[in-house]
Write a protein that binds this ligand. Structure first.
Ligand code: HEM
Length: 204
């Protein structure tokens, strides 16, 4: 971001508004950049998703004590564990695309103007792609998931999210060796696209 914007900024939203008001687009104020900034500063993009990775992850690990024991004894397992937790309880369950020109997908005609919803949470339980998909397997080989989308619009914050997820879940599980669930029953939120817990009650 240009230095003069940073200096006069009252907060991220303020910076975006100022950028959006600029008439002359430079490489910094191109509409695509503004769109990316809106997504980045939208709390759903970075807060809700990462919060859900951590909450869903801790919940899943507490429900799978053997996996937690394994993680506590092998620090090197964390990166793969984060990938499996992203697959197993994906913070983003679905995203959509608009069809700009008529096309056919496996025999179904999709007219221009229609929408496609990709149910990635369901795809992550597809046995054709993942062996024994309902099992949490922290050592799952070739764990190619879609938790961060893919292709041209793949998540820009995935590296940060993976790091935040790994460090925070590792810190919590280390700091509280007796951590356990107060209630095995999950209190899931009802948002269609984002999967996360309303509350996670634990005993330290
Ligand atoms: C566990 C945490 C996260 C998950 C699961 C996640 C998931 C996703 C998914 C599935 C998409 C693609 C949506 C689509 O194709 O329609 C996406 C896009 C995006 N994410 Fe994330 N995200 C996470 C964290 C973050 C963070 C921390 C940031 C920023 C700091 C971020 C910024 C973005 C941006 C800018 C895009 C749009 C990319 C584009 O359209 O080119 N995300 N994210």
């Amino acid at each position: 971001m240009p230095a003069q914007l940073g200096a006069n900024t009252l907060g991220p939203g303020h910076a975006i508004k100022r950028l959006a008001k600029k008439k002359r687009y430079s490489s910094h104020t191109h509409p695509w950049v503004l769109q990316q900034m809106r997504i980045i500063y939208n709390e759903y993009s970075y807060l809700e998703t990462t919060r859900n990775l951590i909450g869903n992850g801790i919940f899943t690990l507490l429900r799978n004590p053997d996996a937690l024991v394994e993680l506590r004894s092998d620090d090197g397992l964390w990166p793969a564990a984060v990938e499996e937790l992203l697959r197993y309880e994906s913070p983003v369950q679905a995203f959509s695309r608009g069809v700009t020109a008529e096309l056919e997908v496996e025999g179904t005609r999709l007219p221009a103007g229609s929408s496609i919803v990709f149910m990635i949470g369901a795809a992550h339980r597809d046995a054709r792609q993942y062996a024994d998909p309902d099992r949490l397997d922290l050592r799952r080989p070739h764990n190619r998931h879609l938790a961060f989308g893919g292709d041209a619009h793949v998540c820009l914050g995935s590296t940060l999210a993976r790091l935040e997820g790994r460090l925070s879940m590792r810190a919590v599980t280390r700091r509280f060796p007796n951590l356990r669930l107060v209630d095995e029953k999950a209190d899931w939120g009802t948002n269609f696209g984002f999967r996360g817990l309303n509350t996670l009650r634990v005993q330290l």
